[in-house]
Write a protein that binds this ligand. Structure first.
Ligand SMILES: [Ca+2]
Length: 81
């Protein structure tokens, strides 16, 4: 995983997590260190180009997301249930 870049753009084959607040009513994600949601920004282009792609994990703390060197992302601790 990359550090949050100054320009807010994922690098080629890179990704990063951004903490914030997602408003379902209007679909807006607002960067906010106190937010309870996480935006994962990643390169959606498998070639040498970079296509900015993202998804929101609602009610998931970015600090609870673990990554592996081969690109897997998982919750630690795992969700209850
Ligand atoms: Ca790429």
């Amino acid at each position: 995983m990359d550090a949050i870049p100054q320009d807010g753009l994922a690098t080629d084959q890179g990704f990063f997590f951004q903490k914030g607040s997602y408003a379902e009513a209007n679909g807006l994600f607002t960067v906010n260190d106190n937010g309870v949601d996480t935006l994962i920004v990643y390169d959606g282009d498998a070639t040498a180009g970079a296509s900015q792609t993202a998804l929101v994990l609602a009610n998931v703390n970015a600090a609870d997301l673990m990554t592996t060197s081969w690109g897997s992302i998982y919750l630690d601790p795992p969700p209850m249930g």
